[in-house]
Ligand binder design. Structure first.
Ligand SMILES: Nc1ncnc2c1ncn2[C@@H]1O[C@H](COP(=O)(O)OP(=O)(O)OP(=O)(O)O)[C@@H](O)[C@H]1O
Ligand SMILES: [Mg+2]
Length: 145
């Protein structure tokens, strides 16, 4: 199948549209015949990463690439960055704003969940922004049968 490549902008604090990248990616994966279980893992990862850009950053982009062998999504935002990545990866750690908490976020489970569902995760951050790449390998049993 032809590779699927999309770039999306993600706006700061735009909770109303958060989830758009996840749902468009989900649709593309369905069209390629991937299994519900595989799609669920990818959707969880993309959704959590997308929400993080919305609620913790000044805005950014998501690049989605789907090929025969993998799904890879890279998120790049404009800061303020993560001071201590090791700490941020710990379950329950959160600096979510009261606005984010009022909207149901801030359990400190997004990054641990992304790590759990993905095959590869690369997280880099400075005060200029955060880069997150997550990858899911597509195997024979990733398809609906
Ligand atoms: N893109 C980002 N920019 C800046 N800080 C971030 C970013 N993503 C995560 N963080 C930091 O890492 C912490 C942990 O993120 P994680 O997604 O695990 O939890 P959360 O977003 O606070 O809560 P939850 O995901 O459960 O709603 C965040 O509280 C925030 O301090
Ligand atoms: Mg989160």
């Amino acid at each position: 199948m032809d590779p699927y490549i999309r770039e999306h902008n993600i706006e700061r604090n735009d909770i109303a549209n958060a989830g758009t990248v996840a749902s468009l990616t989900k649709r593309a994966l369905k069209q390629r015949g991937l299994s519900r279980e595989f799609i669920k893992q990818v959707t969880i990862g993309v959704y959590e990463a997308e929400i993080n850009v919305v609620i913790h950053s000044y805005g950014g982009t998501a690049n989605v690439a789907i090929d025969d062998d993998f799904v890879e999504i890279t998120f790049q935002d404009k800061g303020p960055g993560i001071e201590n990545i090791e700490q941020a990866l710990q379950a329950g750690y959160s600096t979510a704003s009261s606005y984010a908490i009022e909207n149901g976020f801030g359990a400190g489970m997004g990054l641990p969940n992304i790590q759990a569902v993905s095959d590869e995760m690369d997280l880099q951050s400075s005060e200029n922004g955060t880069y997150l790449r997550i990858k899911f390998n597509i195997k024979e049993d990733s398809y609906e049968h």
